[in-house]
Design a protein around this ligand. Structure first.
Ligand SMILES: Cc1ncc(COP(=O)(O)O)c(C=O)c1O
Length: 391
């Protein structure tokens, strides 16, 4: 069976390759620790699980949920956004639920672009930006986010010929993989740049609550015209398996996405939405989780430094984006971390970039996801400090 042209254009999902590699090591009797996926190993807080179980009983006759999210779910998000960012959102017209952000990110281009239109994607970045574009028969344009661009897209580097054909511009803030937070000033200039060119400014804020110092601003603070913000409960409340998120912003664009969604899925299950409502009613579990990630960040940043690598300084997200020493490739660093004395599975930047030709040889990194237990993290950080050799 030969697949479609679209599926042929998509490479192996980077995370799938990491999983396969971990399995191969396990098959050899080794016990690697997986720092590849951004999937928290901590259990979803008990009060959220309980709300979910109660939701099952409340909706004993299950019934299809509304695909745009239940009224109480939308209200809970709207209240949270108002409290967190000081932005008022109309629950009827300016928000829609998603089956997790991945679903909405992948599908959005279907509602907004025509074949041949361009979608600007940060590079390296979350694979569904490019994947969703290709499936909608668009063209991804990968704009590098590098050390030398302060891990933000350099707006002046984007050719006019690309900007004229672009319909969507993805920004990830806080950034995966770099952990960089876009400032309000950057968001202002980015949103304005997009508005001037009639491009939809799509801000993926999946990591907005996993910060180590200052809470990141949201693109919603720049006004809703031409702006969409994507967020979910996955990272904030360790709910990756629940599959619940939302998109909020410009009512005209939300209406288009709602229309698309009505044709694709039938919404997030009732009881999952009830769990999400409970999650948004509490901030203490999020503060606790942040403390855990901050401790791990300090641990790994120091371990790499002790091993003689350049210091990285993530401001937010689940990741340490560790730069390789000069002359060492990202793959060589990832392989050195798989040494039998360390056995840490990470993702090399080579597996994450969309257009390798735009990246200099000095932009070599591995992404280490801080999701392992504290005991595993301490053990592996100790091994990195002691045994990581790059000769
Ligand atoms: C940058 C970024 N955006 C969005 C997501 C999607 O998260 P979810 O689909 O679980 O909401 C992820 C998940 O890892 C991510 O890394």
């Amino acid at each position: 069976m030969v697949g479609s042209n679209r599926i042929a254009q998509i490479g192996t999902y980077a995370m799938a390759a990491v999983r396969e590699r971990t399995e191969q090591l396990r098959a050899r009797g080794l016990t690697p620790v997986d720092f590849g996926m951004g999937d928290p190993s901590a259990p979803t807080p008990e009060f959220i699980r309980r709300a979910c179980a109660e939701g099952i009983e409340r909706h004993a006759a299950s019934g299809y949920p509304p695909f745009a999210g239940s009224a109480p779910f939308r209200q809970a998000v709207v209240d949270w956004v108002e409290g967190r960012f000081g932005v008022a959102i109309d629950p009827e017209t300016e928000i829609v639920s998603s089956v997790g952000s991945k679903e909405s990110i992948f599908h959005l281009p279907e509602a907004l672009i025509d074949p041949g239109d361009v979608v600007i994607c940060p590079d390296p970045g979350y694979p569904p930006y490019g994947g969703g574009t290709i499936f909608a028969e668009g063209e991804p344009y990968y704009v590098p986010i590098q050390n030398r661009t302060d891990f933000l897209p350099d707006l002046d580097s984007i050719p006019d010929s690309i900007a004229e054909r672009a319909r969507i511009f993805w920004l990830t803030t806080p950034s995966s993989p770099s952990g960089r937070i876009a400032s309000s000033e950057f968001l202002e200039s980015w949103v304005q740049w997009c508005r001037d060119r009639d491009i939809v400014a799509c801000s993926d804020e999946a990591y907005s609550e996993i910060y180590f110092d200052q809470p990141p601003p949201s693109a919603l603070e720049q006004g809703k015209q031409g702006v969409l913000v994507f967020n979910s409960l996955s990272k904030r409340s360790a709910m990756t398996g629940y599959r619940v998120g939302w998109v909020a912003g410009d009512a005209r664009i939300i209406a288009l996405y709602r229309k698309l969604k009505a044709n694709i899925d039938t919404g997030t299950p009732w009881f999952i939405q009830e769990a999400a409502i409970a999650a948004y009613s509490d901030e203490s579990h999020v503060a606790e989780m942040r403390d855990g990630y901050r401790k791990r960040r300090d641990l790994f940043v120091s371990a790499f430094e002790a091993a003689g690598l350049p210091r990285s300084d993530p401001e937010a997200s689940l990741y340490v984006w560790q730069r390789a020493p000069e002359g060492v490739t990202s793959t060589a660093l990832a392989e050195a971390l798989l040494d039998e004395k360390i056995l840490a599975v990470t993702i090399p930047s080579a597996a994450l970039v969309g257009d390798a030709s735009r990246h200099g040889p000095d932009e070599q990194y591995v992404r280490l996801s801080m999701v392992a237990t504290w005991e595993e993290s301490e053990r592996i950080a100790g091994a990195i400090a002691e045994h990581l050799r790059l000769d």
